[in-house]
Design a protein. Structure first.
Lengths: 370, 151
């Protein structure tokens, strides 16, 4: 029998996806493997490219908002808000404080819902199906709160240029407070379920390292970037809406491994709950929207708005030529840049680690394809 | 660095640049020929240290295609937008910045995919989202004949 290190091996190519449970959508990875070790990962995207940027060029500014929640459907409200803020800043419209508070509470609820889904799917990727049921069950509670106020569960379309579409439901405050009370009890239990698990630790600690320099160079933002020590939280560094009014910590870690990316998101859930608690009892009275014209025309020029979604920094660039449709709209989606680092992170690790790394990058494919 | 200092620095690097205070950010239109040199200098100089390319996008104008590079410095927190015009709209070419900011590798492929701008020296210049054989959909004169309905 040949000695193990003298066995000759060849590299081979394997397709992971486009229909694969752990790519979380229609993403195809062309993986070059040597035995179990990943030598190269080449992402092939575009399976659900919907041409949103092109469609925007034919639509008015009120209409564009309704396309954006189809990009990152787990951060639907933040996407809507980004376009609204961009349009409002371009026109110089100051929205009432009530709107800012409501938008921020919705953003943070959305972030909680998104991170819960990420947490439960991460467990599932690692073979722990229990988390999947727990996470979806609690996420449903947040979606119910959304539904009561704005009629939609996932693609909210709640934010419109100038404010929000309706006032909050009379039950909103109570239900949000009940949920936070409930979730504050549940989160330590959930955290312990994975964090305290030896198998989980073995599969995540020290795996899939991304250094601070590389995180910046590859533009890896959001919790994935912050796990490498990249202080890139737009809420903190370029505050918008009601974020200047609240106290919260930017969740940071320096390890840069899969476990750090996991820890950062758990910490963010605590911070989100704290932000909501600071705002929920202080929503100022006032209008829930300012009156905007039926047809919005932005002055000629370029406008850029940065917003922190659950996945990282979303950028909206609108180039206007003064007409009722934008000349060009560009969405800098967080997932797109995060995916660009996948090959760099995964090289040299095992194929099972690739699944874990993908999971903690928290990719949402329509966000990448647009 | 303040915007004024940045302005001087960019003009030192590229005397032909047009630097203006935009509505939000400092904007610099620089000639395509010096793009790679200016970009490298802006990243490597410890005073400017533009290490974070947070957006790279193309815009189709009637005479040329303009590529926007939104740059931020992690250390200094200042932002500049570099703009580069291509030479006409027929088979436009620019130098790549993927060797300076690796994230540009993906973004430039997207610009190639949508506008047909080829980037010289890019390690992997292929279509990213669409199939080979598509036209470039974000060009203003793009028409998808199969979807036009005559009434």
């Amino acid at each position: 029998m040949a000695e193990p290190d003298k066995i000759k091996t060849e590299e081979f190519l394997i397709n992971m996806g486009p229909q694969h449970p752990s790519t979380h959508g229609v993403l195809r990875l062309l993986v070059t493997l040597q035995g179990e070790v990943v030598r190269n990962v080449e992402p092939h995207i575009g399976y659900i490219h919907s041409g949103i940027e092109k469609m925007c060029e034919a639509l008015g500014y009120h209409q564009i908002v309704h396309l954006t929640d189809r990009m990152d459907y787990l951060s639907a409200h933040m996407n809507n808000e980004a376009v609204c803020l961009c349009v409002e800043n371009a026109l110089g419209v100051e929205v009432p404080d009530r709107v800012k508070y409501i938008r921020t509470i919705f953003s943070e609820l959305q972030r909680l819902a998104s991170h819960e889904l990420w947490w439960c799917v991460m467990g599932m990727d690692m073979g722990a199906l229990t988390t999947f049921f727990y996470g979806l069950r609690d996420r449903e509670k947040i979606l119910d709160i959304f539904e009561e106020t704005c009629g939609a569960r996932m693609t909210l379309n709640y934010s419109v240029p100038g404010g929000v579409m309706f006032d909050i439901h009379p039950n909103f405050r109570k239900r949000v407070k009940d949920f936070i009370k409930y979730f504050r009890k549940k989160l330590p239990e959930y955290d312990q379920l994975l964090t305290g698990n030896v198998i989980f630790q073995e599969r995540t600690k020290g795996i899939g390292l991304l250094s601070l320099e590389d995180a910046i160079a590859y533009g890896v933002t959001g919790p994935s970037g912050r796990a490498s020590g990249f202080a890139c939280d737009v809420r903190k560094h370029h505050p918008y809406s009601a974020y200047p009014f609240v106290q919260f910590n930017e969740a940071l870690d320096t390890a840069g491994d899969t476990f750090a990316r996991y820890r950062v998101r758990i910490t963010e859930m605590w911070e989100s709950m704290s932000v909501i608690e600071q705002l929920i009892d202080n929503i100022p009275e006032g209008d829930y929207a300012v009156k905007m014209k039926g047809v919005i025309k932005l002055p000629e020029g370029e406008y850029y708005q940065r917003v922190e979604t659950a996945r990282g920094e979303l950028g909206v660039m609108i180039v206007s030529d003064g007409k009722k449709n934008p000349y060009r709209v560009k969405f800098r989606s967080p997932g797109f840049s995060n995916l660009s680092a996948l090959n760099h992170i995964t090289k040299g690790w095992k194929i099972a680690d690739l699944v874990a790394i993908m999971s903690t990058l928290d990719l949402v494919i329509p966000d990448i394809d647009r | 660095m303040t915007n004024e200092e940045l302005k001087t620095r960019i003009l030192e690097l590229a005397p032909d640049a047009m630097v203006t205070d935009g509505k939000q950010y400092l904007e610099a239109v620089i000639p395509a020929g010096v793009l790679h040199r200016v970009a490298t200098a802006l990243r490597d100089d410890p005073d400017t240290a533009f290490d974070y390319l947070f957006c790279l996008s193309g815009v189709d104008f009637p005479e040329y295609i303009m590529v926007y590079y939104h740059l931020e410095s992690y250390r200094h927190k200042h932002v500049v937008v570099l703009k580069v015009k291509t030479d006409g709209r027929d088979k436009p070419k620019l130098d790549t910045v993927a060797d300076i900011w690796p994230t540009a590798g993906f973004h430039e492929r997207e610009v190639y995919d949508m506008f047909g701008v080829t980037f010289n020296g890019h390690p992997d210049m292929r279509r990213l989202i669409l199939d080979e054989g598509w036209k470039y959909p974000l060009l203003k004169d793009y028409a998808d004949e199969s979807r036009i309905v005559e009434r």
